[in-house]
Design a binder for this molecule. Sequence first.
Ligand SMILES: NC(=O)c1ccc[n+]([C@@H]2O[C@H](COP(=O)([O-])OP(=O)(O)OC[C@H]3O[C@@H](n4cnc5c(N)ncnc54)[C@H](O)[C@@H]3O)[C@@H](O)[C@H]2O)c1
Length: 432
Amino acid sequence: MENISAMKASDKLGVLIVGLGGAVASTFVIGTLSVRNGFSKPIGSISQLSEITIKKDGVITEPKIKDIIPITPLENIVFGGWDIFPESVYDAALHAEVLTKEDIEKVAEEAKAIKPMQGAFDQEFVKRLNGTHVKDTTNKWELAQQIREDIKNFKKENDLDRVVIIWAASTEIYVPMTETHMTIEALEKAMKENSPEIAPSMCYAYAAISEGVPFINGAPALTVDMPALIDLSVKNKVAVCGKDFKTGQTMMKTVLSPMLKTRMLGLSGWFSTNILGNRDGEVLDDPDSFKTKEVSKLSVIDTILEPAKYPELYGDIYHKVRINYYPPRKDNKEGWDNIDLFGWMGYPMQLKVDFLCRDSILAAPLCLDLVLFTDLAQRCGSFGIQTWLSFYFKSPMHEMGKDPEHDLFTQNAIMRNKLRSFIGAEPLDALV
Ligand SMILES: NC(=O)c1ccc[n+]([C@@H]2O[C@H](COP(=O)([O-])OP(=O)(O)OC[C@H]3O[C@@H](n4cnc5c(N)ncnc54)[C@H](O)[C@@H]3O)[C@@H](O)[C@H]2O)c1
């Protein structure tokens, strides 16, 4: 059993969002304000809606997660964050055009008061954006120090007990892991030398962990997924997790791939394409930013299907992912999947999925669950990588040398057992 005495869910929790002016962040913040004021329901949030089966001392009950697991109540959350544009959450939400003006107006007063601090930015890492609200230094060590000051000030000014940081900012270009990212000494040296191997997102992650603040990475970049920062998180007793919110197309992949494997059906090709017209789509139109996303989106199928074990079924899969920037669709992404599978005696079949989704509507409840569960984990003494939160990510952070778990339902079972462990309840096998 974990350290339940360390929990005080009644305390005020600061949620600092990197990319506060973005579509995901503004939808998350406005939605949470709306729910806590009684204007809407937290659809898609496991922490707010789902029940959990609890077996304790031989007695079985089925309470809601939020009623039995001591997560912070929504009323106790204080929002803040950073962006490279100065708009308030109210203006950002109007600009993103995800939510209707009517929904935004209901919480206008609160949303207008939530304004971003200046972002730590380097255009080399997000080529399509030209920020105007950025910190006045380009030295990466200095940037990290300024972010640490921002965290301390935010905590003090709002009289907060704890803070969580979530990255919902633009996807940075692909940065491969090198020796620089292996030890904290090498990382700090590279920050001081302003190395091109240090992305701004790493400065935020470094600052968070140095301040004892949990860090969640909702984008696919390296950011916190490196030995240097994972070691620091264990040393500083900080919870970290990532990468890349699992929302639409990849969520479908992690449901359909286990189906194929469970029925021993073969797969010869999976072609995924997307049209997307929001700012994220524009950033991902840059080949270097797309590469980061592509690596994240491609990893899923192989890990689930295990081609080395089943070469006759999965030994020769053609897997392709495209994202096309198409402004008319705005945040309402359309994701098509063409799946070429084969059955008895090798006869081919096709499966088509056309998911007309809303990107930020799918991502917002994930942000809420992640900040509440990551804060819970740290309060309960669970430090370093939170593999139990793999449920929420396309490329779940995992221990070196181990494969991540991608199957959505297995991830769900793992997550529930970890939640049970926090209150000393027995682990259960079923998905309940
Ligand atoms: N919506 C989804 O379904 C989904 C799923 C997985 C991952 N993501 C990722 O979440 C992130 C946010 O998506 P979005 O649709 O809100 O994008 P967005 O472009 O609307 O918002 C990103 C925000 O980040 C800001 N920003 C960029 N660099 C920054 C920096 N260094 N510091 C502070 N702010 C910075 C931008 O100004 C912008 O306001 C993207 O990386 C996206 O790939 C989204």
